[in-house]
Design a protein around this ligand. Sequence first.
Ligand code: CP3
Length: 346
Amino acid sequence: MSLQKPENDLLLRAARGERTERTPVWLMRQAGRILPEYRAVRASLSGFKELVETPEKAAEVTIQPVDLLGVDAAIIFSDILVIPEAMGLPYEMVEKRGPLFRDTVRDERDFDRIRTAKAEDLGYVYEAIRLTLDGLGGRVPLIGFAGAPFTILCYMTEGSGSKTFSTARKFIVQRPDLAHRLMDMITESTIVYLRAQIDAGAHLVQVFDSWAGILSPADYRTFCIPYLKRICDALNGTVPVTLFSKGAHYSYADLAALNCHTVGVDWNTPPEAARQAVGPNRTLQGNLDPAALYGNGKEIVKATTDMLRAFGGHRHIANLGHGVYPDTSPEHVKIFIDTVKSFRHE
Ligand code: CP3
């Protein structure tokens, strides 16, 4: 586990519910295509996967937003899809189309080709974490992450991205037994993986349930909450845990009842409603509409300030309500970050 306490520990203090002089800020997907410097590193390699699997390069692009944008945290450059790969389903990242799996899990026989991942399957991620910590020199905390079991199940059954993930939903309705069996294997793999990221030095971990919003509240309770609970319980006492369930505002109260520190808020949920759902003892993270960064400087300052006021200053980590869009100007991202950093609540 990380012994190194970062100089700027605003993120960690806000996650633990301590008072901070100002609100910490970082962006989901900050290590990525918005930065020409990222695109240059990626263009020097065969593609996205080589970047993920080359620790020196992954560390370099992880640190870029800290140097270039001035965020209060780094997030390790990787992808949630490394878990299905470690379980036996390799993926490709197809240019302009997104992830593609050769094999999927849709019936009993498909379980023959998968297994629970072992920590050592993902050694390149821990190496990237160690190199990033060296490069950061203790400036800001480093966030580790994984996909939530349900979102990983979506990709393992569907085999690619999808607007509706109807194969995943059909699987859950028609074969709930197999869905639970798969969720169980993903959950065990994720626990081992997040623990190893923490052992390598990650200061906080975030679990991304990006497709939570396609489930009914009842299915979310059955297929997501128990597995997220197992992850939170397994990590309890290590580092702060953030749960981000996009599109599932109805789940915030259930998430807040788990052993987590922070609940991520998407931009469709009013901050006041999120606070009411989670109560006073959890930190909220979010939730500027990523499209607000397409506005002009004045509009970005206003939208950001309105958001900061709505969250009320205490137990808040500023972020967007989802990942930053790839065609966002880094200058506009900088306006968002600088607005948060100079804002003081009365
Ligand atoms: O946040 C960060 O800066 C760290 C890096 C990070 C990536 N993916 C890099 C990436 C993180 C945290 C992720 C998480 C991730 N990956 C999620 C959950 C978060 C979310 O946005 O909902 C999901 C659903 C994925 C799966 C994934 N990876 C898809 C569907 C795609 C293709 C669509 C897209 O955004 O291009 C990816 C590719 C990917 N992962 C890229 C990056 C920077 C773009 C690939 C490239 O550089 O060409």
